[in-house]
Each structure stands twice: as structure tokens, then as C-alpha cells.
Design a protein around this ligand. Structure first.
Ligand code: 5GP
Length: 329
């Protein structure tokens, strides 16, 4: 049995730096990894220290990593884990209190450590996976979503939202929106039919779970851009593939633009402050949702991001991807 290749794979939900770990029996034998890395656990004979390899590493030697059990206790007791993890832990907890969902959020455990994963490939006649776009400030994911769908409307679609606002003459029921009465909308809210809803100019808007199902029933890939709700959508039914769209943020404002427009009159131009806000926003997303992100798409500009997104969606239908083990068991 020992000679058999291990089939236990874990997605790391925290960063691990062995050289900063005071608890390890041997810092040099440690295997460093980052949140999101897939680790093959080659031995969990020891309760405290597992031996693991990083999937995709050419290095064949296994290294020591803290076991799930140990990391859960140790992270809490000694707080020796990198500060990013502790912050992400607190935020995602607060977040969970806001939504009523259960899903398979790995953050349901007290401390984010590892999530057991397996390779999963969608079969041709199976319901397409849900695609969730998360964007930090400046990513403009709605535009990106609309563009990819417009190019391939027979393959990709949005979930048609509900609204209480009156239908405009050019609009069709069930195309732009499902038009409902205020009373119907409120009932749907109470019955938990929406994954998200909000008010805009005194009208209600919301996206229902049924709207996602109805896209998938047509064998189309449904693309949504919801944020805290991504945790609630992490279910066996939807098997969401989460893409974090992050604008490429330059080190600082280009010099030329500063020189060509000294002082005011800088409307529409990105300032150092804007860049700082963008960085902050990206960091916040990483801390809050990093543990559920399958793929980071660095956006240079709309056109290239669109091409890249299309490529990812095509591969999603053809290739195997890591998903939580509980989704396929
Ligand atoms: P319109 O009434 O012009 O079609 O949409 C106006 C605004 O309603 C949009 O810009 C957006 O802010 C909001 N809205 C549209 N669909 C949804 C939705 O599904 N959920 C939420 N929360 N807001 C929406």
C-alpha cells in the first residue's frame, strides 16, 4: 500500500513559509506553498507533519507541511501563521454571517487550512459548470461578461434578473428581465429565491437561483458576477468555477501624464491615489475570496481580457479541473 501513488490532494487555503515556522521539526525539510496551490499528500502517517509535493512542481522530493489538524489548532493557539490568513479568516466569517447559505464553503471550519480536492471533467451531456466572475476595482467585469456572451450567445448567457420596474416598450418579458409586482418580489425574497437582490431608484432587482438553472437547462454556460454570494453558490449542483479579474496595476502613475497636465485638469486620468485604491481593492478580494478562486485573470485591457476569458471558458468544457472532493462523491 505504501508504494502506491497517493491519491490524496489538498488545495492550500493559506500561505506557508517553513523558514518562518517555529514549530516545524526541520525548517529545511519544509515545503513552502501559497494559498491556492494543489498539494499531493504522499504521507499522512504522522499526525502533525504530513509529507507532500506541490502538483506541477518538477521537484520530486516531498517536504513537510503541517497537518490539517495541527494547522487548525496551531494557527489559533500560537498565531504564527502569516497575518494575511488571520485577516482572511475574520473577514470570511463576518461575510458568512451576512448570507444564509451553507454550500461547501471551506471556511465553514473554524480555521482555513486545506480543502480536499479531486480532478473533475465535465461530461458532454452534463450540466455546464457555473462561472462566477469576481472583479476588484477597475476590472469592469460586467462589460467583460456582456462582451464574451455577445460573441457566443448560443454557448454563454447571463441569468435573467427579476425587477419590479415597469417594462420598457422595446423590452421582452424573460429576455432583459422577468417583470414582477412588488408583492411577488417580496414573496420571492422571503422564500429565499434570490441569490442576491438590491434596490435601484426605488425599484427592486434580483437574480434568482431558478434563472441560473434555466440557463443551464439549455446546456449553456451561465456567467454571473456576484460577490459575497459566491460562497453560497459553492454547491455540488453548480460546481462554480471562480475567476478573479484583477486589473494590471502599474507601480505608479506614468510620468508623462503628470508632466503633460501639471496641476488640475486631470479629469479621467488615473492618479496615484486611484492606483492605491485599486491595489487595496484587489488585496481585499484576495483576503476575502482567495480561498475559493480557481483562476486569476490579470486584465491588461478589455480586448485581451476578453480573449483570455474565452480561452478559459473553452478549456473548462474540455479539460479536467480541481474541485472539492465532496462535489463528486
Ligand atoms: P435598468 O432598470 O436600467 O435596466 O437597470 C438599472 C440598474 O439596476 C442597473 O444598473 C443595476 O444597478 C441594477 N440591476 C440590474 N439588474 C440587477 C440585478 O440582477 N441585481 C441587482 N442587485 N441589481 C440589478
Amino acid at each position: 500500500d505504501r508504494l502506491k501513488e497517493s491519491k490524496v490532494f489538498m488545495r492550500a487555503l493559506f500561505d506557508y513559509v517553513p523558514l518562518e515556522d517555529k514549530a516545524t521539526p526541520c525548517q529545511e525539510a519544509g515545503l513552502p506553498f501559497k494559498k491556492g496551490d494543489i498539494l499531493q499528500v504522499v504521507s499522512h502517517d504522522d499526525q502533525t507533519w504530513w509529507q507532500a509535493k506541490r502538483v506541477g512542481d518538477s521537484n520530486l522530493r516531498a517536504g513537510l507541511i503541517p497537518s490539517k489538524h495541527f494547522q487548525e489548532r496551531y494557527g489559533r493557539m500560537f498565531a504564527l501563521v502569516p497575518s494575511g490568513l488571520r485577516r482572511s479568516f475574520r473577514l470570511s466569517r463576518k461575510d458568512r454571517q451576512g448570507s444564509a447559505g451553507e454550500g461547501s464553503d471551506p471556511g465553514d471550519s473554524d480555521f482555513l487550512t486545506y480543502e480536499e480536492v479531486t480532478r473533475y471533467q465535465q461530461r458532454p451531456n452534463e450540466r455546464p459548470r457555473l462561472v462566477v466572475l469576481i472583479g476588484s476595482l477597475g476590472a469592469r467585469i460586467n462589460e467583460l461578461k456582456q462582451r464574451v456572451i455577445a460573441e457566443n450567445p448560443h454557448r454563454y448567457a447571463v441569468a435573467v434578473p427579476h425587477t419590479t420596474r415597469p417594462k420598457k416598450p422595446h423590452e421582452k418579458e424573460g429576455v432583459e428581465y422577468h417583470f414582477v409586482t412588488k408583492q411577488q418580489f417580496d414573496t420571492d425574497v422571503i422564500n429565499n429565491k434570490f441569490i442576491e437582490h438590491g434596490e435601484y431608484k426605488e425599484n427592486q432587482y434580483g437574480t434568482s437561483i431558478e434563472a441560473i438553472r434555466s440557463v443551464q437547462a439549455k446546456s449553456k454556460m451561465c456567467i454571473v458576477d456576484v460577490q459575497p454570494e459566491v460562497l453560497r453558490l459553492r454547491t455540488t449542483e453548480f460546481k462554480p468555477y471562480v475567476i478573479f479579474v484583477k486589473p494590471r496595476i502599474p507601480e505608479s502613475r506614468r510620468r508623462r501624464s503628470a508632466a503633460t497636465s501639471p496641476g488640475g485638469g486631470d479629469h479621467g486620468r488615473t492618479t496615484d491615489e486611484d492606483l492605491q485604491e485599486m491595489r487595496q481593492s484587489a488585496l481585499q478580494i484576495e483576503q476575502q475570496y482567495g480561498h475559493v478562486v480557481d483562476r486569476v485573470l490579470i486584465k491588461e485591457d478589455s480586448a485581451s481580457a476578453c480573449v483570455e476569458l474565452r480561452g478559459i471558458l473553452e478549456r473548462l468544457e474540455r479539460e479536467a479541473f480541481w474541485v472539492p472532493l465532496c462535489w463528486v462523491r
